[in-house]
Design a protein around this ligand. Structure first.
Ligand code: FES
Length: 127
């Protein structure tokens, strides 16, 4: 057990870390050109002194592969797409530290409509 309380993070930054398979045509988020993005993001969080309040997470496929590299910020279901280092800097400064999501880097609404409920998913699965 813990001897002192451990605060939970305010934000989780889930960066898709699925690598592109050169033998498959399917797009993926991590390529030779951008494979350092997660480490860059984690380094920036450390540099800003906000690690602990912000938890970077290497995730599996977030199912928006063609818009990669992608990252989901929770709470709020904020999906950022087409990431690069400059965008990550701005997302940390404005969304995480400033409290204002960076609208121009968010996924287009038609690719991120209302959340699917459990009831809807069960119905679609015929259950
Ligand atoms: S490979 Fe990154 S969202 Fe699917």
């Amino acid at each position: 057990m813990f001897n002192q309380s451990m605060p939970q993070p305010t934000f989780y930054m889930l960066k898709c870390e699925v690598p592109k398979n050169p033998n498959f045509p399917k797009p993926a988020c991590v390529t030779a050109e951008n494979r350092d993005l997660f480490q860059y993001m984690a380094g920036k969080i450390m540099e800003k002194g906000i690690m602990g309040a912000v938890q970077p997470v290497q995730s599996g496929c977030l199912n928006r592969c063609s818009l990669g590299p992608v990252m989901l910020i929770e709470p709020g279901h904020f999906m950022y797409v087409g990431l690069n280092k400059e965008k990550i800097d701005k997302i940390i400064d404005e969304h995480i530290m400033g409290g204002t999501p960076v609208e121009e880097f968010l996924i287009p609404k038609e690719a991120w409509s209302e959340a699917l409920s459990i009831e809807q998913a069960l119905k679609m699965a015929g259950r």
